[in-house]
Design a protein. Structure first.
Length: 251
């Protein structure tokens, strides 16, 4: 599959006349709890040449391939990426930490990672993860729960707890954040990860009292501090300079 993904990325570059600067895995395989039949969620950052940008016309700044049962590929143009970084977009901040990288221009990624430290906004990301954790936990009611939904609710809730405790950007890999989870809950999550690694995506798990208690408790704690968290301090001029370097092919 990795060979197929890399070949598709090369085809995308040729078809759209772009330069892919970075491509990674962004779903459960990167989050640390894949199922045997989890699809591949590939996300990439790309740049057009300078002339593409020197136009009065508004142009499409995303590329999305038709999704099939196994592969989901989509990308964002560099201007859109930096606009989202300015807003502390949590999805983007996750992408650039992915442990599974299919393509990367090393200098570009190094500079983007360095910049991201100045644009991470604890308050913005906390509200993002709060919204997601509430949504997913609402789907985890009943005697049996789709295990995939349990993990979506857990990941976003733990990400919020990480921001609350550490005031830094959460890791994309959920197990790397277990230091903010109590031992009893951590052990149960690790048990469920093993189960999920053997079961297909639609698997239903009997409701877990430990998890069903942990998630709303942490959501409440996250809500209590959300509005008191700081915002980002980065200046947009730094992103402008980086943007110009990328479109001029100097990164």
């Amino acid at each position: 599959m990795e060979k197929l993904i890399k070949a598709k990325l090369t085809d995308i570059e040729k078809e759209h006349n772009i330069r892919i600067l970075y491509a990674c895995e962004s779903g459960s395989r990167a989050w640390g709890f894949p199922s045997p039949n989890s699809d591949y969620d590939v996300r990439f950052i790309y740049a057009h040449d300078l002339d593409w940008h020197l136009s009065l016309k508004e142009k499409k700044d995303t590329i999305d391939l038709p999704i099939n049962d196994e592969l989901d590929i989509g990308g964002w143009e560099i201007k859109k990426v930096l606009e989202l970084l300015w807003k502390s977009n949590a999805a983007l901040l996750e992408w650039i930490q992915s442990p599974i990288v299919y393509k990367s221009e090393r200098k570009f990624l190094a500079e983007l990672l360095e910049l991201s430290q100045f644009y991470f906004s604890p308050i913005a990301c906390m509200h993002h993860y709060l919204s997601m954790s509430k949504k997913y936990f609402a789907e985890c009611q009943g005697e049996e729960v789709k295990l995939k939904r349990y993990f979506y609710a857990l990941r976003t809730t733990i990400s919020g707890a990480w921001i609350r405790e550490k005031r830094t950007m959460p890791h994309i890999e959920m197990p790397k954040m277990f230091s903010v989870v109590d031992t009893k809950t951590k052990n149960k999550i690790e048990e469920l990860i093993k189960i999920k690694s053997r079961q297909r995506e639609g698997y239903l798990q009997p409701s877990e009292p430990i998890i069903s208690k942990y998630i709303p408790s942490e959501i409440k704690k996250n809500e209590e501090v959300a509005n008191s968290l700081p915002s980002a301090k980065g200046e947009i001029e730094h992103l402008d300079r980086f943007y110009r370097k990328v479109v001029k092919g100097k990164v």
